[in-house]
Design a protein around this ligand. Structure first.
Ligand code: ATP
Length: 308
């Protein structure tokens, strides 16, 4: 188990702490999605786990051992793939890999093996002579991941690895990360994108303003929220209907002509759809059932995780 226990952190000169008693865990060999809006404290937490920031209060352990001690004994076991690309733009893909391997003391046969592995894994074999600055955004992200995987880490911390990439590269990266977990690595994956977390992580922790709002298995977190009725329409709801639904079902208007009606029970669904049709509201889509992570987040914080 990788455990964060009661982690507090305040940046020098800051008036507010960035982390205030953060606790959660992820079993060894599984992945946890760390979610939260801008400024929630995700990068700060990851930075403490990798030793970039000092532990001020609280403890991070892996299989009962202090992670800081473990990093000191065997730095290779923990790797960070940072939010900003961490390689040299003027060097080629291969030169970057060689440089970062050397820094980590990887040479000889091991270097050849690890280089071949990360190039194949990130499908960068055809780009080894390409200058990093000339790679597309998606390929840069792959190189960032390749550098992070060079030392074959057991614990991998990924800080928003899909930011700014096209959908195809994003799909590639998500599959790659899923495979890394299947190989037994313990992964913490920070993101603003709930659907990414839902698709690849078995565990989730939602942070806001330096505190954990909810943490646990994805299934438990989703099951903790009651089923909800959601609706997308072609035009805004007429005022009378919106008011009636607000009173009866707590109707909330979301962005993009979307509404959620938390008070609707399964037996009300047919009547609600009929009421919309009677008011000549054209329905694009509606659903009743288990909530998604963004619904759970919104219920906990009363605001959306990111602007859409
Ligand atoms: P984002 O999604 O924008 O990357 P985050 O969840 O990673 O956000 P952090 O970057 O960890 O959040 O920031 C947590 C809090 O600490 C924020 O209030 C931020 O303004 C503050 N903070 C971050 N870095 C520093 C710093 N170097 N000095 C002072 N305050 C900082």
């Amino acid at each position: 188990m990788l455990r964060f226990e009661d982690i507090h952190f305040q940046y020098p000169g800051a008036t507010q702490p960035a982390l205030e008693g953060v606790s959660f865990g992820v079993p060894k060999g599984q992945s946890l999605g760390l979610l939260g809006p801008n400024g929630a404290g995700k990068t700060t937490l990851i930075s403490i786990a990798t030793g970039l920031l000092p532990e001020q209060r609280g403890l991070i352990t892996f299989e009962g051992e202090s992670l800081a001690d473990l990093r000191q004994q065997a730095p290779d076991r923990v790797a960070l793939v940072p939010q900003d690309n961490a390689f040299y733009p003027m060097l080629t893909v291969r030169e970057n890999l060689r440089f970062f391997a050397q820094v980590q003391g990887i040479d000889g046969t091991r270097l050849r093996e690890r280089e071949a592995f990360v190039l194949a894994f990130t499908q960068l074999e055809n780009f080894t002579q390409r200058r990093a600055s000339e790679l597309s955004g998606g390929l840069k992200r792959r190189l960032n991941l390749a550098v992070g995987l060079l030392a074959d880490p057991e614990i991998l911390l990924l800080d928003e690895p899909t930011v700014g990439v096209d959908p195809q590269s994003r799909h590639f990266l998500l599959e790659a990360i899923r495979n890394l977990q299947l190989e037994g690595r313990t992964i913490i994956y920070t993101s603003h994108y709930m659907e990414e977390i839902e698709s690849i992580c078995g565990h989730v922790a939602i942070l806001d303003l330096g505190r954990v709002l909810v943490a646990g298995t994805l299934a438990d977190v989703l099951a903790s929220a009651p089923p909800v009725f959601s609706l997308r329409t072609k035009q805004a709801l007429p005022t009378a209907l919106a008011e009636a639904w607000t009173q009866r079902f707590g109707c909330e208007a979301l962005t993009g002509l979307r509404y959620r009606l938390p008070g609707v029970q399964m037996q009300d669904v047919t009547a609600v759809v009929a009421e919309a049709q009677a008011a000549e509201v054209e329905l694009d889509a509606w659903s009743w059932g288990q909530q998604h992570l963004d619904d759970v987040f919104m219920q906990l914080t009363h605001h959306a995780l990111r602007d859409e």
